[in-house]
Design a protein around this ligand. Structure first.
Ligand SMILES: *Cc1c(COP(=O)(O)O)cnc(C)c1O
Length: 421
């Protein structure tokens, strides 16, 4: 065979990540806290909001505030078009097949509760098993517990390894004919562990089980492709992806959504209502969207996703990875500081405890220096108890954080530890 010379494409010249420019989109970053410049490192709890998203609210309420879908007037048409426009943007953001697979909820929590109450109530019975993981947020634990207490199916927990990675051998061993659904987060909010959800989905499907993925911490930081993952359900929240509170998303496979019963009744979700002949329901997604939704919030979510894509979600994740590396190395040099969660695949979350210092005290004192971190159980009490602690300090990064902020945070942390020890 003759040697073929493969023409190499010229290396892509990457535009540098222009953090100084994108920070200007966020008015809150200009404020001071206790007389110090704000260093906001609580992004895993909620991200800050760019002006472009804030503007959606005044624009909507001053120009085209109207209820959607049923109106025939201009304002209602405009509001409906903008609202449904977000459904198409979310479809593209998740690479879903069809915009009808995008259901708007109040957040990740409500999206999971929808699956539990609609799919779960219809399909689970005593003897069935739902696998969740040790890494789950309470919102992917408690809804299952509530339904299990009523119906009597079994919840089994996939354990974690010492570094906070899921124990995949244990996962394989837990899967059986009885497994009906696996519910795991894509990225842990408490430790930052990125779970191999594509592999987990394939294994679940081999056993005839479905997989629900809580993507609250993944959507802001990495490209999510629900078809490549082969997710049956995927959920995320607007307020963690530079959007507003009060809105979230559930993606579901079409055949599943088709067969699932409504979970809340009311306006918007019906075809016909009668007292005698029975009430018929709208097709999905409207079947699952009873009542007037958070219209302005949904429109603003669409704007937030545009903002994210203008920066590039992969570029954001890469930037946050560099911030995490810098913070991890510096924190590792602090005497008595222990990092929880050192899995090889990690998003921008640094969770730690300090010997001889209460996490609460660190959080309060570092706030006096302008640094916002989170302290507590991060809605993942079973996980923290597994690691033998009640609380950690957690710094979590977003697109607008800088190396200088990481350095200031570490400096502030050293000062605070000196004060409390
Ligand atoms: C924040 C979070 C949730 C809950 O999201 P809400 O917006 O409060 O509904 C669920 N899972 C994970 C991993 C989270 O980080």
């Amino acid at each position: 065979m003759p040697n073929t010379v493969i023409e190499q494409a010229p290396a892509q010249v990457q535009a540098p990540f222009d953090v100084a420019r994108l920070r200007q989109d966020f008015p809150v970053l200009a404020r001071e806290v206790h007389g110090k410049p704000l260093i906001y490192l609580d992004n895993a709890a909620t991200s800050q909001t760019p002006q472009q998203v804030i503007d959606v609210f005044s624009d909507y309420y001053s120009r085209y505030n109207a209820n959607i879908h049923r109106g025939l007037h201009t304002l209602a048409d405009e509001a409906t078009a903008a609202f449904e426009g977000t459904r198409h943007k979310v479809r593209a953001f998740l690479n879903a097949e069809d915009a009808r697979q995008i259901i708007f909820t109040r957040g990740t929590t409500e999206a999971i509760n929808l699956v539990v109450q609609s799919w779960g109530r219809k399909n689970l019975a005593p003897g069935d098993e739902v696998l969740i993981s040790m890494l789950e947020h309470h919102s992917n634990i408690v809804p299952w517990q509530l339904l299990a207490a009523e119906i009597g199916f079994t919840i089994k927990v996939i354990p974690v390894e010492a570094n906070g990675a899921l124990d995949m051998a244990a996962y394989r061993a837990l899967l059986s004919e009885s497994t009906k659904l696996v519910a795991v987060n894509h990225v842990s909010n408490a430790l930052g562990t990125i779970n191999p959800v594509q592999e987990m989905a394939a294994l679940a499907h081999q056993h005839g089980a479905l997989i629900l993925i809580d993507g609250a911490q993944a959507a802001p930081h990495q490209v999510v492709d629900v078809q490549a993952i082969d997710a049956d359900f995927y959920a995320f929240s607007g307020h963690k992806v530079y959007g507003p509170t009060g809105v979230g998303v559930l993606y579901g496979k079409q055949a599943l959504l088709e067969a699932m019963p409504p979970w809340q009744g009311g306006g918007e979700m019906i075809k016909t209502v009668s007292f005698g002949a029975g009430t018929t329901f709208a097709d999905f997604p409207h079947k699952f969207e009873a009542g007037t939704p958070a219209i302005a919030e949904v429109i603003a979510l669409g704007r937030a996703l545009e903002w994210v894509e203008s920066v590039g979600v992969a570029a954001i994740g890469e930037w946050e990875g560099q911030l995490l590396d810098r913070a991890t190395q510096a924190a590792g040099r602090i005497d008595g500081l222990r990092i929880l969660g050192t899995a090889p695949q990690k998003a921008g979350v640094l969770s730690f405890v300090v010997e001889g210092a209460h996490s609460q005290d660190i959080g309060l004192l570092i706030d006096q220096l302008g640094v916002a971190i989170r302290t507590g159980h991060h809605c993942a009490q079973p996980l923290l108890h597994h690691f033998g602690v009640d609380a950690t300090c957690r710094a979590s990064f977003a697109a607008y954080n800088t190396f200088e902020e990481v350095d200031s945070f570490i400096e502030a942390l050293n000062r605070v530890i000196g004060m409390v020890r």
